[in-house]
Design a protein. Sequence first.
Length: 280
Amino acid sequence: MTDAGVAEPSLRDFSGTLLLVGAGKMGSAMLEGWVALGLDPARLTVLEPQPSGELAALAARGLRLNPVLPAPEAPDVIVIAVKPQTAPEVAPILRQITGPLTLVVSIMAGRTLQFLARALPDRAIVRAMPNTPAAIGRGITVAVANGNVSADQRAFAHRLLAATGAVEWVDDEGLLDAVTAVSGSGPAYVFLLAESLARAGVAAGLPEGLAARLARTTVAGAGELLHRSELDAALLRQNVTSQGGTTAAALAVLMADDGLEPLLKRAVAAATHRGRELAG
């Protein structure tokens, strides 16, 4: 389900403290989005063993970088953005620094609410699955909350996650494996489409550089058109297709019984299955 009527996110009024654990690509994208939405760097603490120049610049503006823990007071919000394989190392540290009112938001792939609740008993926990277009503010994140998350905490988690794009909420955590397979892994499928389209252009006689530019710009432009249009994908496809024309000839291949749709169904099913294996 989608939260309806959520106002344009702003973080200027946040008066608490936020700890970001891990500032790699996704963590940094979120941090950049938060600051752009008005979050005061002085309210931020970041744990990152390999800090970037951007983090150092924010530290000059008041952000606390790699302080000695535990701090005297528990942070109001902790966002966990480390790789899932490091979770067992991070969990004991987090257990020491969370308080009974701390909201924990995890974007670790495959680490379930049950895993997080074992590490952080009785805490309000949101598990979220973002995707890589978050780096340019065009991502989509799907989130699920445990029973300890209040309405206010969920609303604030939404504001944090919306800093990098759209946000959807589900009640069934089991859906996150399929979410990961569709939107989490989905950018790789689109990039492969651009690669394959370019190679097909070369096979049809185009110079390699021209084929690559045509494929890249076409995929990016079509994605932007889909983003801006109120029409659904099927109608946009139909609008490009003239009966008996070149597009129709290509779509007859792509939409055959052994075409693109069944192939993608198998791919998403494989990714979903692997996600469940990784989650244990």
